[in-house]
Design a protein around this ligand. Structure first.
Ligand SMILES: [Zn+2]
Length: 183
């Protein structure tokens, strides 16, 4: 009985974690600079990326991946990690810059979009169903919080410039989602 209770509490905790945004402080000891440019909300565009890195399958791996991605972006002279949010292979939504901050992910589109990156390389691999579900959850949170208009356009990075990002397999999944636009 006790075990059953513990198990159900564990499942509940996992379900809650999967439906929420994991705060930046969980993976990054450095807080966001107050000088980062702001993003005027709500925006109309949601731009999906992949990180073209290895996939991560648990919170430890995903948090390490986030650190590596931020370090890479800082080496490339970005102000911080370039994405607003990232989706882990563990099905969690990780806060990057978060809402209200202008990202550095899609030149010419940064001031009117939110950038969401799927951790992994989806030119070669298929995105797991739980990552797609996490993205849908994040988008509904963004609409609820009026960070994105209800009639948003969901596009892949490759629709803004010549790039393989977010990978053909992820693009195929995006095409099935509501709000997907061909531009
Ligand atoms: Zn991209």
């Amino acid at each position: 009985m006790k075990l059953l209770l513990q198990l159900s509490l564990l499942t509940l905790g996992l379900t809650l974690a999967l439906g929420q945004i994991v705060p930046r402080s969980s993976w990054c000891p450095v807080p966001l600079s107050p000088r980062l440019p702001r993003l005027a909300a709500p925006v109309r565009l949601i731009i999906i990326h992949h990180t073209a890195t290895r996939q991560c399958f648990n919170p430890q791996q995903c948090q390490q991946a986030l650190k590596n991605i931020r370090a890479d972006h800082l080496r490339r002279r970005f102000r911080d990690i370039g994405y607003n949010f990232l989706i882990g292979g563990d099905g969690r939504i990780y806060e990057g810059l978060g809402f209200g901050i202008r990202g550095e992910h899609a030149p010419n589109y940064n001031s009117r979009s939110i950038g969401i990156a799927f951790i992994g390389n989806f030119q070669v691999g298929l995105p797991p169903a739980q990552m797609m579900q996490a993205a849908r959850t994040l988008i509904s949170i963004a609409v609820q919080r009026r960070q994105v208009v209800p009639k948003y356009s969901l596009i892949g990075h490759c629709q803004t410039k010549a790039t393989a990002c977010p990978g053909i397999h992820l693009l195929n999944e995006l095409r099935k989602m509501s709000g997907y636009r061909r531009i």
